[in-house]
Design a protein around this ligand. Structure first.
Ligand SMILES: [Zn+2]
Length: 347
């Protein structure tokens, strides 16, 4: 397993986030990736490589030029608003919901942030663009490696990506690494790619990016949005639209779901992937399904992640694993690397 590691991930380091009515220290922090890197080293799961930088055009395959321009210049504009802002994280102040207009950009920066974001839990910092762009480099590099014959690649990067849409950030995510990996495999000649999102939270960004397409099957197993983030997408009746109808499968599960219920959903997902017959697979690998995760209401145990990797390997597809959520930092490395090792040993 080739790991593409984002050495610049720690440049994205938020101070705090809004969580249940309080400003709390960020759950999404650099120690998360450090924990996974340390465990990869301990188990010697394969080469760890630094990605080549890709041109901005490669990111425009998924994200709008307007949004990319916003993200690149966001920090400077935040500081230009008030020099004292240099010591604070940037947060949006107003969102253009329903009856408000979204066709004219406000000049005020923190108001404009609302146009490109979906929540108050995602701080933007001085190093956010650098970290997110290098993560996107990792995803595009992983896609190319698979098309050149690698059987498995792992993108070890943060911030994560699956909540980010074509033109918005949120849920700790800025650039959608899973979507970039899938799109670049198609651009390199794959006919069809399946994405399976096993993070505890629904991958609303990835779903929205491919919702009208039949060349990318998107499947997500997640906590029911009636009680869990992102709340406004991820229901079972979202099947895709137009050409994409039938190519979006949501498998929401109730709070307190056991390993047995979760593995049954994985089996349903794998059967659908089998009938889709993709040339490659992308796994949005979040392990916040873990019983000990501070954000989770599922009950998976560390040993279960070996079985998940094994089941994914049985699909027999070149696979890109993209690091997403997981906030129990101490067990995070073991849980993520268990998926990768389960995959490798079953090949
Ligand atoms: Zn998550």
């Amino acid at each position: 397993m080739l790991t593409f590691y984002n050495e610049l991930h720690a440049q994205h380091r938020g101070k705090h986030e809004m969580f249940r009515g309080e400003l709390v220290p960020c759950f999404e922090k650099p120690e998360r990736a450090d924990s996974v890197l340390a465990e990869l080293g301990r188990r010697g799961l394969g080469r760890i490589v630094t990605p080549h930088g890709v041109p901005l055009m490669s990111l425009e395959r998924i994200h709008t030029p307007r949004y990319l321009h916003f993200l690149r210049s966001a920090w400077n504009e935040w500081v230009a608003l008030d020099p004292a802002n240099a010591k604070k994280d940037a947060f949006p102040s107003v969102w253009p919901v329903r009856t408000l207009r979204d066709d004219i950009e406000p000049e005020n920066f923190s108001a404009r942030m609302g146009l490109y974001s979906m929540d108050s839990g995602t701080p933007l910092t001085a190093g956010t663009w650098t970290a997110a762009k290098t993560g996107a480099d990792c995803a595009v590099n992983a896609a190319h490696a698979l098309r050149l014959g690698e059987r498995g690649a792992f993108v070890l990067s943060r911030p994560p990506g699956h909540h980010a849409g074509a033109d918005f950030f949120g849920g700790y995510c800025f650039l959608n690494n899973a979507a970039l990996a899938a799109q670049h495999m198609l651009d390199d000649g794959a006919r069809k790619v399946a994405i399976i999102d096993i993070d505890y939270h629904h991958g609303n960004g990835t779903q929205s990016i491919f919702y009208h397409r039949d060349d990318v099957l998107f499947i997500s197993i997640h906590a029911d949005p009636r009680f869990e983030y992102p709340f406004y997408l991820g229901h079972a009746d979202e099947r895709g639209e137009g050409a994409g109808h039938g190519y979006n499968l949501n498998l929401p599960l109730p709070a307190g779901s056991s390993t047995q219920a979760w593995m049954a959903a994985l089996e349903t997902a794998c059967i659908r992937i089998g009938s889709f017959a993709p040339d490659a697979l992308v796994v949005s690998l979040g392990v916040d399904t873990f019983a000990g995760d501070p954000l989770s209401r599922f009950k998976l145990q560390s040993a279960d992640y070996l079985k998940i990797g094994e089941r994914l390997a049985w699909l027999g597809k070149p696979t890109a694993f993209i690091f997403e959520g997981g906030y129990a930092v101490k067990e995070l490395g073991v849980n993520v690397v268990n998926v990768l090792e389960g995959y490798e040993t079953a090949l």
